[in-house]
Design a protein. Sequence first.
Length: 398
Amino acid sequence: MNENYSGNIMAQNTLNSDPIETHRRLRGKIKIQEKAKIKTQQDLAVLYTPGVAKPCLEIKRDKSLAYEYTMKGNAVAIVTDGTRVLGLGDIGPEAALPVMEGKALIMQQFAKIDAFPICLNTKNADEIVMIVKAIAPGFGAINLEDIQTPKVFEIEERLTRELEIPVFHDDQHGTAMVALAGLYNALKVIGKTKDRNVKIGIVGAGSAGYAIAKLLSAAGFSNIVVFDSKGAIFEGRSELEEYKKVLARMNISGFSGKINEFEGAQVIISASAPGSLPLETVRKMTKPNIVFALSNPNSELTLEQAKELQIEVFGTGRSDYPNQINNSICFPGFLRALLDLRVKKITNEMKIAAAKAIAECVKNPTTQMIVPDPFDRRVVKRIFKRVKQTIEKQKTQE
């Protein structure tokens, strides 16, 4: 047996600060571990043949029993083609594997979910849909991860329509839920708790920007302008992709200029890249203001720039700054709820419920704390409770 793979990870888990050395030593951040020991012939007969035939036949009779007799109800497939990994871009499926392992590790340690990295050697949307549909029987949920836009929108929509298990795209749904949670509490800090007409600018129309805009709109925020590299997205702009037409309809003001011409916003959420949010735009914001600069690993604005610009509430995706608006706060608890409640389709109401649950974990938000720490163990339970209440309410209204 190769000792590099056989040791107890917790026993060797005094981590080195050097990522390369740590990954070389661990040779994978996750592993499969048994729930039962085979010690006798009787154990073998029960856990494997001939005993295993009984649950097989029961599941053949009723496929839903796979949730009772197998790991299906606790299993998530983390599916990627490696075309949009973190801030690294199209680096391929093998290079994406360390990130997928990291996601699986977080799911296991924070929410006791068994997640499996599925790194696909294809960039074709039809092939990705076909493969995910083919492996779906073994999983309780699908987590799409780090797939380039707009292709991922088509993949998510098709899989959501064609599968009977939930399809969660963390770059969209997770980021949007945490951004909404942060916004709820940031508005409390500046005394605008009930104002759903605050002027909001969203910089970036990729997966995160698209999903944030849609979820904010679903939550009742009505004054949203989304910007891509060409400027504001508005109805009447030529050559808009289909998903951008959705964003254009949110622009009720009809603003059609560039981001550096945008004035009077009280909230700006940027999910783009360093340098995409002009300082002059921030200077033209209404005071007190809220800015989330979510680009990773380097945010659009530094903490020093935020202080110089006198931003009231400043959030980023960075762990070394206050107010980390990071989807790791959300996805373990949300997926735990999807699995335990056997959700088939994710709704906006569920996502809004999760955002409210996250926000509630910060009882008295301040400029330095608008979202809970990722290590706050209350988050998973609160998300479950809120999503369950939402599902029960939806059922009573049907």
